[in-house]
Design a protein around this ligand. Sequence first.
Ligand code: PGA
Length: 251
Amino acid sequence: MKKPIIVANWKMNLSIGEREDLASEFKKQFGKIEDKDIVICPSAISLMQVASIIGTSFISLGAQDVFWEESGAYTGEISPSILHDLDCRYVIVGHSERRHYLAETNEMINKKVDACLDNNIIPILCIGETRKERHDGQTDNILISQLRGGLKKVDIVGDEQIVIAYEPVWAIGSGSVVESSELDKVLTLIKQSLIDMYPLTIVQNNVRIVYGGSVDADNVANFSKLKLLDGFLIGGASLDIDKFNKLVKKI
Ligand code: PGA
């Protein structure tokens, strides 16, 4: 594992007051942790609030989505430069919930990844197969096409970073997790696909691969043993400070 990254994806949960309380708890528990990257991704409306709470601590801020244009007539969207100005270091891009409910395509996701890198933001590119695709033996094809589609013509240069999040759709919020041995095979596939697209040194130094989908304090230690895994994207278990704390301690 490289320096582990643990991303708390709060999704569209919690009231404004609850987000304030939870962000303060995060700061208390993790604000001084340097050997793990802890990232909070609240709803866009709470980015400023969470940014001011975490302040200059070691916790990073992330957004749950971004638009690819810099400005203009794009009602409801948020530009990457605004996220950058709000101190967002990361943006989750192409989460399966957005692919599913908002019909995001690989083409749209690809533009978002590019826009992030152009604005010094680290994209967390989510890929993952549905239960049906898995059942039909399509997992590898889906993952490769989402990876290639999301990263089409994307250069990673200098110290630019990206994170690839493998999140099997059937595991998200379901309480079912992937078997460790299966995850290991998927990580190998992702790593090999990245090596086919980028120089080895870039894959080794600039890309981290994380897993998401019903990760909790009970199953995280088992996954942490996998050499190719660099961290986790956590939904439900990031909404409770005690659960999240237990989980982080096991990584
Ligand atoms: P979960 O969500 O941990 O609640 O399964 C993970 C995610 O969607 O990022």
